[in-house]
Design a protein around this ligand. Structure first.
Ligand code: ATP
Ligand code: MG
Length: 385
């Protein structure tokens, strides 16, 4: 098993030499035990945020209300959090208050899944009060404690259960799934941003089809109808991660589960650039064969064409046509707007686009003479489409 990187070991050592207990906790322990590379490092300690700040020269107050300080080391950052127990939960969201406690075991008890509720000390010994190691071996996701109680405390845990099953390829415990089915309506109280982030993590995982369970169980019913069951998930798997959400939105639109891709992305509070991309891709319409894709590449943005083709199951074809440059854009034409000055001003843009399409389709060579002839024939009312 690989050990801690130097900067994490240094944080644990510095806390210990000041007399505090300190453990790596949560996702990084899970990932170390699985032989996966942790992407962030969490340390839990009995030092308070003030004490943590005093020990390390560079810190940032990330979430002082929850006792979290980001410690900035030369090799990387570590989130250091005071052992805590969550206070009363309001509306199945974040706890209203937290209570700082003296023991790592109590801190582990507030965590969502057994595989996420282990601590590791500096020497690599594991503290595992809930059987997380055995669940890792069985590849099983189980709640710490009673699933209904844990999901009622924080509805996001229902999403996390399904998201981790997609990311890790683990099965979900039956009692936990049954609790998701019963308590799915609580998801309506979560902010759109938190739901979006879990959905994106699921869609970009090796098993994006886990999002089908989110839909089926009603976790996404504030955003889409259950028609989305008919989404062709294998098309998503063929697409790079950063395009999966827009492709998913378009497929949901086509399945009639949302009004349009754009309305879904707006409801999920996605950035304007993503919403524009979805709108443009939806406008392109079915890109069902190589010619349709090449014509779209001639006049639309690369990403919109890739997204639209991906929704049709032609991502690889579109990517290859894009890389091969198998199309002619307006800027590649042997004529420019300047050459078409005799046309009415508002006809110039559409004419240039029509020429790019004609050249891409092989109907006319990309030569100045031929293009001028075609442009003026078109404007004289002899469209040559
Ligand atoms: P990753 O960072 O790979 O997505 P992670 O397990 O590190 O996975 P984080 O969201 O970074 O997940 O949270 C760190 C740890 O905090 C988790 O492993 C878990 O122990 C605990 N945790 C996070 N969110 C919750 C929650 N909603 N309810 C209970 N415990 C949680
Ligand atoms: Mg994490």
């Amino acid at each position: 098993m690989p050990g801690f990187p130097g900067f994490v070991a240094d944080v644990l050592d510095a806390l210990a030499s000041s007399g505090y207990a300190a453990f790596a906790v949560g996702g990084c322990v899970r990932d170390l035990l699985l032989g996966r590379e942790p992407h962030d490092w969490d340390v839990a300690t009995d030092a308070t945020d003030r004490e943590i700040t005093d020990i390390f020269p560079r810190t940032a107050p990330t979430g002082v209300k929850y006792g979290t300080v980001t410690v900035i080391m030369p090799g990387g950052q570590v989130e250091v959090t005071t052992f805590r127990r969550d206070g009363a939960y309001l509306n199945a969201r974040k706890p209203d208050s937290v209570e700082f406690v003296g023991d790592v075991r109590e801190d582990l008890a507030r965590r969502d899944l057994t595989v996420n509720a282990m601590a590791m000390d500096r020497q690599g010994s594991i503290i595992d009060p809930f059987g997380g190691r055995e669940d890792l071996d069985r590849r099983l996701l189980r709640c710490v404690g009673d699933p209904e109680r844990r999901f009622s405390e924080d509805a996001l845990r229902m999403f996390r259960l399904l998201r981790f099953s997609a990311q890790l390829g683990f099965k979900c415990d039956g009692a936990a799934l049954a609790a998701v089915k019963r308590l799915a309506p609580l998801a309506g109280r979560l902010s759109a941003e938190r739901v979006r982030d879990e959905l994106i993590k699921t869609l970009t995982s090796p098993a994006p089809e886990a999002a089908a369970l989110m839909i089926e169980y009603g976790l996404l019913s504030g955003f889409m109808s259950e028609n989305a069951k008919i989404i062709p998930w294998e098309r998503l798997r063929a697409v790079p991660g950063d395009m999966r959400l827009p492709v998913f939105a378009i497929l949901a639109g086509r399945a009639g589960a949302v009004e349009s891709a754009e309305t879904l992305l707006t409801a999920l509070r996605c950035p304007a650039a993503d919403r524009r991309l979805a709108r443009e891709a939806a406008e392109i319409g079915p890109a069902s064969d190589g010619l349709a894709i090449r014509l779209a590449l001639a006049t639309r943005s690369d990403r919109a064409v890739l997204v639209s083709a991906a929704a049709d199951g032609h991502y690889v074809l579109a990517r290859d046509l894009l890389n091969a440059g198998a199309f002619t854009r307006v800027r590649d034409l042997a004529v420019t707007g300047e050459d078409l000055k005799r046309l009415p001003a508002k006809a110039i843009g559409p004419t240039l686009r029509a020429l790019a399409l004609a050249v891409t389709a092989g109907k006319v060579p990309n030569s100045r003479r031929e293009l001028l002839k075609l442009a003026y024939e078109r404007s004289a009312g002899f469209p040559q489409s």
